[in-house]
Design a protein. Structure first.
Length: 201
């Protein structure tokens, strides 16, 4: 992954180095859409900015301590290089379907090597690639066994019994978590994670 130039060679303005972190004994994998600029500034550490602090606070509410986040978690994304700013300067550019396809073999290898028991899908792009159609409002608050998720695309291979738990993107730019009806769904997702945590610790 560190030597990869697939996206640059295809003409995309991505910036390395690749961003991922975690234990090879991880039981939980967090999959976001792509690294953020703050992650590069922090030395290629995932979820380094304000969004990461908010995500960690949700994981703390689910019961995970910071040492458990180090020991039990692996943080990655659909793509591993920073995609750059959006045209017009509003936030980071989401990766395209072509970049996600170019990076998919790496994510598949991470899934195969780590064999997580729980996969936390952060944001609607990760949700779409692992759970298929449906909005954040349709899915957040629920937990699915991969083999029982009704419309799961065959994009990534997963064991049927791995749990998939969607979360909204914790960026301050996302207004979804602040709406009252959605706060209840987010609390449902955190409660589901709390129950699943107890099954793996
Ligand atoms: S995002 Fe993935 S496929 Fe694209 S250059 Fe980086 S490591 Fe390679």
């Amino acid at each position: 992954m560190r030597a990869c130039r697939r996206c640059q060679e295809a003409g995309f303005p991505v910036q390395g180095p690749v961003v991922f972190a975690g234990s090879d004994r991880a039981r939980v994998m967090v999959i976001g859409q792509a690294p953020a600029a703050a992650d590069l500034r922090a030395g290629s550490i995932p979820w380094s900015g304000a969004a990461g602090r908010r995500l960690r606070s949700w994981l703390a509410q689910a019961g995970w301590t910071s040492s458990e986040l180090d020991e039990l978690f692996y943080f990655t994304a659909l793509t591993r290089c920073y995609p750059g700013r959006q045209a017009g300067g509003h936030g980071d550019r989401p990766p395209t379907a072509q970049e996600i396809a170019l990076c998919a073999p790496y994510l598949q290898q991470e899934l195969d090597l780590i064999q997580p028991r729980i996969i936390i899908l952060v944001g609607k792009l990760a949700l779409a690639y692992f759970l298929g159609p449906g909005s954040l409002s349709d899915h957040v608050g629920r937990a699915y066994r991969a083999g029982e998720a009704p419309d799961r695309p065959a994009y990534y291979r997963l064991p049927a019994d791995v749990w998939l738990v969607p979360l909204p993107h914790p960026s301050g730019a996302s207004v979804w978590p602040n709406q009252p009806a959605n706060r209840e769904k987010l609390e449902g997702a955190i409660a589901a994670l709390r129950m699943l945590r107890e099954s793996i610790v």
